[in-house]
Every structure is written in structure tokens, then in C-alpha cells.
Design a protein around this ligand. Structure first.
Ligand SMILES: Cc1ncc(COP(=O)(O)O)c(C=O)c1O
Length: 457
């Protein structure tokens, strides 16, 4: 018997991701395509993760040029790269220990980059101060969130720690919560109201936790994933009053802040709204706000760069936070640099600006176009409704995704991965793709869905 049989019961209880089945299926299909097996499509469109590059978006040259020069410093003197790229790379290298991206950095990140993150936050939030000592750069934002949960979740307490969590919710967060032994206290976003967060739902969730667990935190994703909903200032103020009244720690996952496309929606950070509300709330509500280089126009998920900003935490707790972040020594240096470049892109007048702008604009245009066309096409399809498919041992939406992958070569993820109201089924896909890929995807989805409805409805 393996010693690992004795593994943590929390880990044993972690839900197996439905994605694993679809991923294996996609590997087989790709292999068959390589071997020349005839299918109605030539390649798989993979939009099942919130991963822009995987979905076909090209990296921004400016980012890759600076990183290339940091990795291979001879390029700093090469006239093949624009002068501002070389200057950026040179400055970044000077900020690295030993002048190399191969060296460890401080636990919170390269001090100058942390400083620039703090300046970015202050600019974004209309001047609300952001002391650099409250910022931790991490290997992706999810890692920082898991660290915060490690601090919040008391695995030794007789009553387990509860965390109010949205449904639907980005799936790796629920995995982190399960792995740490927290109780997930679900609050349902209102699908009818465009996946709005309603404070009455938070109250209901809290009521449902009575006698079950000790709710310690509220996790919000704004802009939402997978919902895409952008919270209004008013809604955020309500949430802030709620957490203050109920003495909950606020975990604000704001990694999609650049991806706001609705005409009347605007991203405002929780930090900003809290600061605007003034004392006593602005001095007392404990908040951790997360951001990442993985999303937005840059979409550099694989470089693993994110940060958390902590607001109103007790200095005694900050000491433990430092310790817990020290466990991994530091975030990957290229990820830290990517974060820096995301927050300080080229400006008009810089030699790199024209190309940066030429590359960025189509991503924005594609995002707006994709949202519009995807919504129009999906709304024109007869209701996504599946019969339970117990005989193949799959949940109905996983079954739908599996057939879509097999027959149309489109890899999306099933709603059950994110949580959904009983009796409802969803699919979720990344809309940050080039326009032609989205159009091809929607064409394949439409013809697949028509056939699927004939076969199963
Ligand atoms: C809401 C949300 N938060 C966090 C993450 C993870 O981001 P990172 O790559 O910074 O860990 C994702 C990834 O899709 C996400 O959707």
C-alpha cells in the first residue's frame, strides 16, 4: 500500500475536474488528426480555458521583445530592437539581483516593480494610496489567493471555516477551498439579471451556513468569470457594507479588469470604492485584491505573474503573510516583468508605441465583436437543453461538450465545472480569440447544436 494512501482527507475529497475527461478526449482527437483520420474539421478549437494565447491571440511584440532582451542581455545592445525596448530591458536587468533574471528576488518581488505596481494601483484608483509594503507579487494571482486562504482557513477549529463563494465560480478557487478543508458556502448569481450579485443572496448564503461552519470570508469575482458580469459601484458599496456588518474578510478577484466591453459598464476596483466610502469603513474593512498578467490584452498566463494588495490588515497578521509567501521564495522573474510591462505599456511618442497600438487594437475589436456575435448566435439557437445522460456516466453538460468536441472539434467547458443551479446546464468558452476563430467556432457550434437537438430533444 502506498504511503500516500494516508494523504490529507481534504485532498482526497477534492472534486475531480470534468475537464480531465475532455482533455484526454482532445489529446486522442489531435493524435487521430495527426495520423490522417478523416474528420469534419482539420483542427480542434480550444477555448475551454480563460487563456487568450491558447485561444489564438498572439503575444504583444513589445512584451516579448523586452523579455527576450532580459533573457539574453546581448540584445540590449542590438539595433534590431527599438530603443525604448532596450532601455526597459536594461533598467529591469539593473533591478535584478546580479543583473540576471536567473536570480531569486525578494519575497514580495523586485522592489522597483512592487513600487511601480503600487503607482499603477494609485493611478487606477483615483489617487487612493497604495503602500508598496502591502503588495505581494506572486506566481499568478491564484497562488496569492490560495495563500490568503491558507491564512483564513483554520483546519484545527472544531467548526470548519466557511467562505462565501459565487455560483458559478472560476473552478480553481473551489479546488483551493476544498483542498484546504474550507466549507464552500454558495451564493447564487442571478442569471436572469445578467449574473448580477445580489446582497439578499449573500444573506441567504450566510443563513444557510448557520450551524454548518464559521463563515470568515466573502469571495467575489469582478468582472465575473465565467459570468462576465461587471459590478456597479452601488452593488460594490452594498457588498462592502455587508462584509463590514457581518465581519467578513473580502477577497476581490479582479483579474479581468481590462476585459470590460459593455457600453455602460466600467471597472472600478473594490479598493477604490472602499476608499471613496471613507471612514469608518475605509479604515476597517479587510480586503485582499488580486490582479494578474494572465488576462487582458497581454494574456501571458504561462509566465505566471500576479499580485495581491492587502488593505487594513493587522500588522501582526502581515508578519504571517510574509512568512507564507516566503515558502516559494519568489514569483518567477519573467512573470514579475510581464506584470510590470502590463502596468506600464508604451506611451504615444515611444518608438514601440505604433506597433503596440496596431497589435492591441484588433484584440479589443475582436473582444467587442466576439461578445456581440456569440450572444446573437447563441440566442438564436433553440434552448440548450439536454436530457440526463446517465447511461454514459456523464453529466448532461459534460456530455454535450464531449459530443461537441468529437463531432465539431470545439473544446469548451461544461457549466458543472463552475457550479450552477440544479436542473440548469451551461457551457462556457473563452471569448478572447481572433475574430475568424470565433466565427469558425460559432459556425461549428450552430451546425452541431442543430443536429444535437434533432438527436436528443
Ligand atoms: C477569476 C480568475 N481568477 C484567477 C485566475 C487565475 O489567474 P492566474 O493565472 O493569475 O493565477 C483565473 C484564471 O482563469 C480566473 O478566471
Amino acid at each position: 500500500m502506498s504511503v500516500l494512501q494516508e494523504m490529507s482527507p481534504n485532498v482526497k475529497q477534492m472534486r475531480q475536474l470534468e475537464y480531465a475527461v475532455l482533455a484526454r478526449q482532445a489529446i486522442r482527437i489531435r493524435e487521430e488528426l495527426k495520423q490522417g483520420v478523416r474528420k469534419p474539421y482539420k483542427e480542434v478549437i480550444d477555448v475551454c480555458w480563460g487563456d487568450p494565447h491558447r485561444a489564438g491571440i498572439k503575444p504583444l511584440s513589445f512584451v516579448r521583445q523586452v523579455l527576450a532582451a532580459c533573457l539574453y542581455p546581448q540584445l540590449v545592445n542590438s539595433d534590431k530592437l527599438p530603443v525604448d525596448v532596450r532601455q526597459r530591458a536594461q533598467r529591469l536587468l539593473q533591478e535584478c539581483c546580479g543583473g540576471s533574471v536567473g536570480a531569486y528576488t525578494n519575497t514580495r518581488g523586485i522592489p522597483e516593480i512592487v513600487h511601480r505596481v503600487s503607482e499603477f494601483i494609485t493611478r487606477r484608483d483615483g489617487g487612493a494610496p497604495s503602500p508598496p509594503e502591502n503588495i505581494y507579487i506572486s506566481p499568478g494571482s491564484q497562488w496569492a489567493l490560495t495563500n490568503m486562504l491558507k491564512i483564513l482557513v483554520n483546519s484545527k477549529a472544531s467548526t470548519r471555516t466557511g467562505v462565501l463563494t459565487p455560483v458559478p465560480c472560476h473552478s480553481t478557487t473551489t479546488l483551493s477551498l476544498e483542498g484546504l478543508g474550507a466549507v464552500i458556502v454558495p451564493y447564487y448569481l442571478s442569471e436572469r439579471q445578467g449574473w448580477e450579485l445580489q446582497v439578499e443572496e449573500l444573506q441567504q448564503a450566510l443563513d444557510s451556513a448557520k450551524g454548518v461552519c464559521n463563515p470568515m470570508a466573502l469571495y467575489v469575482i469582478n468582472p465575473g468569470n465565467p459570468s462576465g458580469h461587471v459590478q456597479s459601484r452601488k452593488s460594490m458599496q452594498e457588498v462592502i457594507r455587508f462584509v463590514s456588518e457581518k465581519r467578513l474578510f473580502l477577497l476581490a478577484d479582479e483579474v479581468y479588469q481590462e476585459c470590460v466591453y459593455g457600453e455602460n459598464s466600467e471597472f472600478v476596483s473594490y479598493k477604490r470604492v472602499l476608499a471613496e466610502m471613507g471612514p469608518p469603513l475605509s479604515d476597517t474593512v479587510e480586503l485582499a485584491s488580486f490582479h494578474s498578467a494572465s488576462k487582458g490584452y497581454m494574456g501571458e498566463c504561462g509566465l505566471r505573474g500576479g499580485y495581491v494588495e492587502l488593505v487594513n490588515l493587522d500588522p501582526a497578521v502581515m508578519k504571517y503573510i510574509y512568512t507564507i509567501f516566503s515558502m516559494d521564495t519568489c514569483a518567477p522573474v519573467l512573470g514579475q516583468m510581464a506584470l510590470d510591462l502590463m502596468m506600464n505599456p508604451p506611451q504615444p511618442g515611444d518608438p514601440s508605441y505604433p506597433l503596440y497600438d496596431v497589435e492591441k487594437q484588433p484584440i479589443r475589436t475582436a473582444l467587442v465583436h466576439n461578445v456581440k456575435t456569440a450572444r446573437a448566435v447563441l440566442n438564436s439557437l433553440p434552448g440548450f437543453c439536454c436530457q440526463p445522460v446517465e447511461e454514459v456516466g456523464m453529466k448532461p453538460d459534460t456530455f454535450y461538450c464531449s459530443r461537441l468536441l468529437e463531432e465539431a472539434g470545439v473544446l469548451v467547458s461544461p457549466g458543472c465545472e463552475y457550479g450552477q443551479k440544479e436542473g440548469t446546464f451551461h457551457i462556457r468558452f473563452c471569448i478572447m480569440t481572433p475574430q475568424d476563430i470565433m466565427e469558425e467556432l460559432l459556425k461549428r457550434l450552430t451546425s452541431f447544436h442543430t443536429q444535437f437537438m434533432e438527436d436528443f430533444s
